[in-house]
Every structure is written in C-alpha cells, then in structure tokens.
Write a protein that binds this ligand. Structure first.
Ligand code: CTP
Ligand code: CA
Length: 225
C-alpha cells in the first residue's frame, strides 16, 4: 500500500467521494429515498485508493461493507451529506459526486409517527435539498469537481447543461433508461463529458469502469494543474 501511495496516478492526492442514496425523514419511522445501490461510488473509492489516493467515502445508507484503507463517513440525509462533504474540504484535491441525493425533503419532520386520518388523499409538502456538488464547485478554492448525470432521455444535452450550471470540471453521463446498466445493476456504461472533450466508455462491470474512470479523472486533473 505504501508503494502504491508513492507511485499511483493519484499518489499523495486527497479524493472525496459521495455515494449511495440519501434518506429524508418524514417521521421517526418513515423516509423518502431512492434505489441507488452505492456500487458505483464504492467501486470508484476502491479504484482511487488503488491509484494511491487518500480517500474519504461519504456514504448514504447502503448494503455494502465499508471498504478497507479509506475513511468512511456514514450519513443519512442530504443535509448530513453536505456537512460531511464540507468538513475538511480545503484538503480535497478531487471531489466525485456519485451519490443519488434526494432532490427534495419533507418541509418538517414530525416528532411522532404520523397517524392515518379520515381523508383518502394525503398531501406531502417538500422543500428542495441543497445541491452538494454545486456547493463544492462554488467554493473559491474548489477542488477538481466531478458529477454524475443519470438521465432517461437527451443524455448529452442534459449532462452538458449540468456541467455548466453546476460549474463542474467533468460529468459522467449515465443513460439509466437502458436495462442492465446504472441504478442497482452490476454493470454500467457512461459517457465522460468535459468542456472540450467527449469520451464514451462502453458497458462493463462497475469495478472495471471505476478504474477506467479514475484513470481518466487523474489524467484530466493532472493536465489541469
Ligand atoms: N447532486 C448533489 N446534490 C443534490 C442533487 C444532485 O450533489 N442535491 C449531484 C449528484 O451527486 C450528481 C449530480 O449532482 O453528481 C447530478 O445529479 P442529478 O440528480 O442527475 O441532477 P439534478 O441537478 O438533481 O437534476 P435532475 O434530478 O432534475 O435531473
Ligand atoms: Ca436529482
């Protein structure tokens, strides 16, 4: 490990990675979330460690074992994930946002379990969550910032607009309408989009794809220095 730390493509670099879903509490027993497995983020964290980086994996609730040789911070909500991402961000060289953050959370968390009422239709009021990757990319001394875009249509157009809107250095565009890739599956296929390049990475295991992604990220990061 010490050898890798000295010689890998990310030797001596600090990488923060968000992964998994977030959970937004409604009351003590209920929450809003999504089907993200965390597999892509965990595979990226492993690949970054293998490339010699110091890694902090900021993870929402997933069914994956905490990988060795990295700092794993377990979080629940988007607010928690933002706080864990900002803590020590000055030391972060590369920030990779692989988490599927809930876009909205309930306006209020009920202190007690919500009781079923007489009405047939119940309305929930939601408020927008902070955008974690955009908050990181808005910092004056921002790290090299990488986002994901999970889309079911117009992949490149939506991905590129996220790259620009969030001030990212790179976006990993993921077509989640195709069966067998993306959310919850073992394989993935993505297109890497930066301001001046487009690189398709064809379908393979998330593990293989993670090392290809880390290699590309390290390349772009080193060229930007
Ligand atoms: N992201 C984030 N914080 C949020 C929402 C998204 O950090 N509150 C990050 C994700 O981790 C991902 C990127 O932003 O790297 C894009 O997420 P995505 O859900 O595709 O985009 P949104 O901006 O939320 O837009 P929409 O869901 O409407 O497509
Ligand atoms: Ca979203």
């Amino acid at each position: 490990a010490a050898e890798q730390f000295d010689t890998g493509a990310l030797a001596g670099k600090t990488v923060f990675i968000t992964a998994g879903p977030t959970r937004e509490a409604l009351d003590p027993v209920r929450y809003i979330s999504n089907h993200s497995s965390g597999k892509m983020g965990y595979a990226l964290a492993q690949a970054a460690v293998d490339a010699g980086a110091r890694v902090r994996l900021i993870s929402g609730p997933v069914n994956l074992a905490a990988p060795p040789r990295m700092d794993v911070v377990a979080v629940q909500s988007a607010d928690d994930m933002l706080a864990a991402s900002m803590k020590g961000i000055e030391s972060c060289d590369i920030f990779i946002a692989a988490a599927a953050v809930a876009d909205y959370r309930p306006v209020a968390v009920s202190e007690h379990k919500i009781k079923k009422g007489a009405e047939e239709v119940m309305e929930l009021r939601l408020v927008k969550n902070p955008d974690i990757v955009a908050s990181v990319a808005a910092l004056p001394n921002k790290p090299f910032t990488v986002g994901f875009a999970a889309e079911t249509q117009d992949l490149q157009t939506y991905a590129r607009s996220k790259l620009e809107r969030k001030n990212l250095d790179l976006i990993v565009a993921n077509d989640v309408s195709q069966p067998g890739i993306g959310f919850n599956s073992d394989d993935n296929a993505v297109t890497l989009i930066s301001r001046d390049s487009v690189l398709p990475l064809p379908q393979t295991s998330k593990r293989q794809l993670a090392s290809q992604l880390i290699r590309q990220i390290a390349d772009l990061y080193n060229r930007a220095q």
